[in-house]
Design a protein around this ligand. Structure first.
Ligand code: ATR
Length: 281
C-alpha cells in the first residue's frame, strides 16, 4: 500500500452497510498500481444522516465518495450539482468535490456498457430484453437506450413497474422503441437480468421460467456477481448463449468513478488486472 502522509488525498464509500463493499480494495489497488497519493475507506452512514455526511465531505475536504444503497437517491438533495446524466438515470453513485462544490454522477450504467465492450459485445443495433424493474433497471434501460440499440423490452414480475420504466425511457430519454410486453417476444440479441432472483436468499430462483427465446446468437448478462453464475446464466449457457456476470459492471463502475475522482485515464488492461489479481477471474 502507498505510504499515507498528511498530503494523501482521501476517498471513500458511504452506505448502510458499507463493510461488504469491494470498492476500498479496488480503488486502493488502482492508486497503488498508478502510484497516485490517494486512500479510500468505507463509512457506514445510517439512514437519516446523509446530509451530515455530505457536509462532512465539504468540511473535511474529502476528494470524492462513492454512494451505495440505500443512499443513492437521497444524496442528490445535498449536492451542489447533479450531472444531467445522473439526473436522467435517477440516482448518484459518485460524488466529486471540486473546490468545495459537490457534484454528483452515476457510473453504474456506464460500468455495464464498458464491461460489455471489454467483453467484446457491442449493443449497437441489438434487440434487448431487460428482466426486472427495480432500482438497477431504470438507469440501465436509459443508458442502453442511448447506446445505439434497436429496441428494449422490459419484463418484470410486477407488470406495472415494467410499464412505468418503459414509459420513462420513452418520455424522459426520448427512446421510442421501449416497451413492456407481458412476456418475452421473438428473438433477442442481448438479455439482461437486473432482478435479485439468483442471489441470496433466492439462489435457486430464475427470473423467468421459459427461456426458449435464448439461443447461441443471444448474449446473456447478469448484474449479480455472487454467485459467479446465477441459475439464469447457467441456463442461458446451456442454451448456447455467451454470458457475462456482474463482476465486469462492478469493476467498470469503479474505473469510471476513479477517473472522475482523479482525472486519470484507465485502460482495458487495468480492468483485466483487477479481474485477475483481485477476483481471480
Ligand atoms: P432494488 O430496488 O434494490 O433493485 P427491488 O426494487 O426489490 O430492489 O427490485 C428487485 C427486482 O427483482 C424487481 O424487479 C423484482 O420484481 P417485482 O417488481 O415483481 O418485485 C425482481 N424480483 C425479485 N425476486 C424475483 C423473483 N423471484 N422472480 C422474478 N423477479 C424477481
Amino acid at each position: 500500500m502507498n505510504k499515507v502522509t498528511g498530503k494523501t488525498k482521501q476517498l471513500g464509500i458511504i452506505g448502510c452497510p458499507a463493510d461488504h463493499s469491494f470498492s476500498p480494495v479496488m480503488h486502493n489497488f488502482i492508486s497503488e498500481c498508478l502510484g497516485l497519493d490517494y486512500i479510500y475507506c468505507a463509512w457506514r452512514v445510517e439512514p437519516g444522516h446523509v446530509r451530515e455526511a455530505a457536509d462532512g465531505i465539504r468540511a473535511m475536504n474529502i476528494a470524492g465518495i462513492n454512494v451505495t444503497a440505500p443512499h443513492k437517491y437521497e444524496i442528490m438533495k445535498y449536492l451542489d450539482e447533479v450531472s444531467e446524466q445522473a439526473r436522467l438515470l435517477g440516482s448518484v453513485n459518485t460524488v466529486v468535490n471540486r473546490g468545495g462544490r459537490l457534484i454528483g454522477y452515476n457510473t453504474d450504467a456506464d460500468g455495464f456498457l464498458r464491461a460489455l465492450e471489454y467483453e467484446g459485445v457491442s449493443p449497437s443495433g441489438a434487440r434487448v430484453l431487460l428482466l426486472g424493474a427495480g432500482g438497477a433497471a431504470k438507469p440501465l434501460c436509459v443508458r442502453l437506450a442511448q447506446s445505439g440499440i434497436k429496441s428494449i423490452d422490459i419484463v418484470n414480475r410486477t407488470y406495472e413497474k415494467a410499464a412505468a420504466t418503459a414509459e420513462y425511457v420513452r418520455l424522459a430519454a426520448g427512446f421510442k422503441a421501449a416497451s413492456a410486453p407481458k412476456a418475452p417476444f421473438g428473438h433477442y440479441d442481448l438479455v439482461i437480468n437486473t432482478t435479485s432472483a439468483g442471489m441470496e436468499p433466492q439462489l435457486d430462483k430464475c427470473p423467468i421460467e421459459d427461456m426458449s427465446f435464448i439461443d447461441k446468437d443471444t448474449f446473456a448478462a447478469d448484474i449479480i456477481y455472487n454467485p459467479e453464475k446465477t441459475l439464469f446464466l447457467r441456463r442461458a449457457e446451456e442454451l448456447g448463449a455467451g454470458i457475462m456476470n456482474g463482476l465486469g459492471m462492478l469493476i467498470c463502475q469503479g474505473l469510471s468513478a476513479y477517473e472522475l475522482f482523479t482525472g486519470a485515464a484507465l485502460e482495458e488492461d487495468m480492468y483485466r488486472k483487477i479481474k485477475r489479481e483481485l477476483f481471480g477471474a
